[in-house]
Design a binder for this molecule. Structure first.
Ligand SMILES: [Zn+2]
Ligand SMILES: [Zn+2]
Length: 171
């Protein structure tokens, strides 16, 4: 959503790696494509998402490859869920993360509101924010809508009672 969608073509990924003077190993290509698909994922999430199509891929390879891709600056991680770090493809611009505490959805946060917040903290109290490690916990629009719907349902008995004259038996 929003930014240019990552490629799904292994050949394009391989070419990009080689153009940067990097080895285009199948593990690197697989993980770059996987992260392009998932957006943000822990090593375990990546592994279970990729196993059906890449049965030979083991967890330690996932960890090792993510580490080398991080060293190369192609991948970054943020601590979003309290457990394992979530990895994502770097795209040249830093972003913060909105983390839904209900469904776990991670939304990248860019743009003016973030820049204003960061600029304000830089002035007072003079704090330089590491944007890529900034995460905001809360509830996504989807989950908030669900909650509202539930609330409406719980208040329905009162409504039914009030409208009960309608259902009274004709005398
Ligand atoms: Zn949610
Ligand atoms: Zn991110």
């Amino acid at each position: 959503m929003g930014t240019t969608s990552p490629t799904r073509d292994p050949n394009v990924v391989a070419t990009n790696l080689r153009q940067q003077g990097l080895r285009a190993t199948s593990a690197r290509i697989t993980l770059i494509l996987g992260l392009g698909e998932l957006g943000h994922a822990t090593p375990e999430q990546l592994h279970s998402a990729l196993t059906p199509t890449h049965p030979g891929l083991n967890v330690s390879t996932v960890y090792r490859t993510l580490e080398s891709l991080t060293d190369l600056g192609l991948v970054a991680h943020a601590h979003l869920t309290g457990s394992a770090p979530s990895y994502y493809l770097t795209d040249g611009t830093e972003h913060a993360h909105l983390v839904c505490q209900d469904c776990g959805t991670i939304t990248p946060l860019r743009g003016e509101a973030l820049q204003r917040f960061v600029a304000e903290l830089a002035t007072d109290p003079g704090f330089a924010v590491t944007i890529s490690h900034l995460s905001v916990q809360g509830h996504c629009q989807n989950c908030r809508t669900k909650t509202t719907t539930t609330k409406t349902t719980t208040t329905q008995p009162t409504t039914t009672q009030r409208s009960s004259p309608i259902t009274r038996r004709p005398s």
